[in-house]
Design a protein around this ligand. Sequence first.
Ligand SMILES: Nc1nc2c(ncn2[C@@H]2O[C@H](COP(=O)(O)OP(=O)(O)OP(=O)(O)O)[C@@H](O)[C@H]2O)c(=O)[nH]1
Length: 766
Amino acid sequence: MSTQTFPDLIPLVNKLQDVFSTISSNDLLDLPQIVVVGSQSSGKSSVLENIVQRDFLPRGSGIVTRRPLVLQLVTLPEPAEGKPAPEEYGEFLHVPSKHFYDFSEIRKEIEAETQRVAGGNKGISRMPIHLKVYSTKVLNLTLVDLPGLTKATNLLTSRSRPATSLLTTSPSPTAVTPANIDLVNSDSLKLSRQVDPEGRRTIGVLTKLDLMDAGTNALDILSGRAYPLKLGFVGTVNRSQQDILTSKPMTDALKSEADFFKQHPAYRNIAHRCGTAFLSKQLNNILMNHIRDRLPDMKAKLNSMIGQTQQELASYGDPAFTGKAHRGSLILKLLTKFANDFVASIDGTSLEISTKELCGGARIYFIFNNVFGTALESIPPCANLTVHDIRVAIRNSTGPRPSLFVPEIAFDLLVKPQIKLLEPPSLRCVELAYEELMKICHSCGSKELQRFPRLHAKLLEVVSDLLRERLGPTSQYVESLLSIQRAYINTNHPDFLGAAGAMSALEQTQKKKKLQEKKRIMASTAITTDIKQGSTLGTPPNSVTGGPGRDRDRDRDDPDNSPAPSINGAMGVPGARDRERDRDFSSGIDRGFSTAANSMNGLHVTESPSQRGDSFLNYFFGGASKSDRSALGSQEVMTSAKYVPPPMSMNNIIEAELERKFETASISDNNSNGEMQLTEREELETQLPDHIVLQHCAQDDPGPGPQGHHAPTGQLLSRIGAEPAGGLAVQRGTVRRPATGGREPRLRPRQVQGHARRLSSRLPDY
Ligand SMILES: Nc1nc2c(ncn2[C@@H]2O[C@H](COP(=O)(O)OP(=O)(O)OP(=O)(O)O)[C@@H](O)[C@H]2O)c(=O)[nH]1
């Protein structure tokens, strides 16, 4: 061990200790400390009192030391000759202005302070008590008295110490062990090994040497032969309980100790390396060496902390703005800075730009282009629109007349709810943008502003209120934009290029389909055989009236004709018009049905309606003109098994079969599954709106573009709505839909029918 002394080192470290204890940051610097550890009643307090040479520590039964005591011993200079020695005194960090000259007062203050923090119920606290003792009799030294070992373990070894913990990561342990127990059972040595495994900084203190059994001694231990510690063991003899009770003076106690070692036969030769005085010197050396070792590291750490602190200080603003006179200008400056930061965050010109996640304006861009874009993309353009809806809307909107083109009223009615689907994601986009602006607002406070927490809180409150206030009107604005688009569907917009192209594409598809079907039927063996044999097939009754093509037109043109009354529940429930139609048609039809039903119950009938399926219906509604209906509906025709239809040519047969395929469901309106079959034209018409909408979506969504996003809603909406087609200056948006609590209901066929009726009454020229 170096004998070189650094007298200023320990006071300097004590100063650091005081500073760091006030800012609760002992851990930051890892100050060198000597900690006194030992099991309960091993004699720790006695050793400390011997070193200070004063009675000042609480005494009693059970656990007495319940808070760590940081004891800083400061050497007072020796008085000049003839002058009285300066009076010893103690000073607590928590009572800085008071000097305790009466050491019994110090004891009381320790007890009171322990009780204040650790409570009166034997509780233990980490919060240290800092006591400085100024005396001419002490060496500069800092020691930490820890509570009894069972309680001290956590305080000494815990790596997750709170900032208030006094212990460093590498303390120098003073392991106090009573000599009257076996060394291998020494908990203090076990604990010291945990923080100093090589035994380089640990010093062993052997107390109660006077209490060893007669004939035994601790010479092996004190000579360093029993236990390997680089700094060795120092033996002490403190005051016994009896001495304490009789208030044996400390000077007498120290003298008795010195005499003990000098006179003891075993320790006589090592008496100069035993006792409290030697221990004090050793501890002083240990501490100074420890400080010296740690000094370069401490200096580097301190410098970096000073740099950081100065930087932080600078961030709290210009000192020129301090004082009451500068209050107004300071507030203005802070508000301007806040506003600039807010704008900079949105513009992306802020100095503190994260490289980890999107923030500010970039995040708003992401919300608009990715989140909103994806939300729009995920909306199926024809959601909630079934073929049935489209077909019914088209048919209802044509009224009693045939339509030459796809009726636009139907298109309007169908498209408007679809535009409404854009509303929820649009409103969500507004909310997300609002939330992002709120986030930006909360991240804008500069360090300087944080110096004034109330101003900062008030500023955030005002800006948040402002943003919240604008949320409602912005949402309303978005809603009104969508309402505008829904109110007026402009199919003449230059971007609305879907109609003609879609129509021709659909027609091509249909033609192809028809051709394929024709070929298939041509190849059908049954038909070919029949043709070859020149046999006469049972012609469907509708051929009598000039072929199914005409019937198809009639059927399409006459909406009253579509749903036929049910025979066996396979068809749809007839509507009002159906019922009227039924009344209009001769009662013969009804008779026909009843007769047909009777026929099925065992009467003579060639084919049951179920066997003949749609042909049976064609027989009534699809295959005959109005003039023929009464005749065809006659009981004779329906029930006669002998009825022989006129012969058909080959082309007629093919044509009829083909038409039957395409058309039967259009007459029956519903098939047995409740699904509708469409006519060729209806299929084309019902697909057209889908096709247009899909085309527009495809236009709007050219796939991930250079920015990897999709066209915003505005474009989609502007493409759906523009000016009226063909200069038809009819405001079709006047059709009002019933209020549905903000949610556009899916239009049922009957609702569409109702709308169409009302619409046609308002638009006589349509
Ligand atoms: N005879 C004798 N008694 C001693 C010696 N050292 C301590 N004692 C006695 O042992 C008892 C416990 O001593 P303390 O100094 O209070 O022990 P401690 O380790 O501080 O106890 P806690 O703070 O409760 O953990 C006291 O009654 C002391 O008088 C010694 O060297 N010789």
